[in-house]
Write a new protein. Sequence first.
Length: 365
Amino acid sequence: MSIKRLRVGITSAGGDMVPSAIVALRKNQQIAFDIHAFNAAYHPVSSHLADRFNILPAGDSPDYVSEVIRHVKENDIEVFLPWSDEEALALANARDALNDVGCIAMVSPPVIMNTITDKAKTYDILKKAGLKVPEYTIANSVEDIRSALKAYGYPRQTVVVKPATGRGGRGVKILLGEDGPADWLGRGRREQRLNNIGAHNSDIFDFGSDDSAVDDSAVDDSAGQTRGSYLVMPCLNAPVYDVDIFRFPGSETKCFVRERGNPTGIPFTGNILRKDPEVEEYAHHIADVLNLQSLHDIDMMTDANLGPVLLEINPRPSGSLAGLSAAGFALLDYALAGVAGIQLDIKSVEKDVEILTYTESVALS
């Protein structure tokens, strides 16, 4: 069997998991990947592992797209995978420009990206299509937020307030109820860990029963209007899922369900690859309704009545995708090749697989 070759660009090479992803790509027996790694700063590990390493401006820089195109042209890169939100959103608007120089940007079209980064719009589309979504209220004023908090049982019940548009947990407030946090938040050390995470990802508050639950930072003016729309919703529970899904014209859609071992933490700390037809079918329906056209990370949590429900859809792959490769399920390889019109084999999950750590690429079945 002849080995095909594919020249790919991968960004965010300074992240925790990209070096492991590069190592995993090297193991593919069906295709030889010529890997060009990119990062906003020099990274010794990725620069050693990749065939070539280059510096790129930050994804929100005005020079980002032009620099990507320059590197693509100079190195004949065939597929370009952005591995951060900002880069993915920037390249969604440059898909045609990259295509003109012979490169496929591994991102969904801009209209789709604009939808999935607006949680309220995403929920509305899915709800109209008959798919289950978590209970939520859209709030455009402080009074709207207070009314929704009361409707969802705050201050006795734990309620979440977050921007309708946004990524990475920015601006999320978990208002801990008097009856204690939701089960997945845990108590003692877990709750403290969540507070530690909140110090740099979101504001975690333990409010009393007065009106201090609405933080002044959300208020735009004396009329009580908020800066943009907010979603107010009951706090969801564990299990927490990361669903890696690849959908692209001409390729068979593939998805894998990973349950987080520590629901309050990032999935790098380990999770369980599940054979879960219900979650898989739900993810397929979401991808079809929204017409996703790339490799995406769908985050889900559990509603006491509805079961697994959508939390959000990330505009790029999961940062912990290398864990799939560690467990022997090469979705990254399949996706990179698939957008280039190369069909690779990929096995299905037949039993649960516990993924202990990604940086060491360890998996136990």
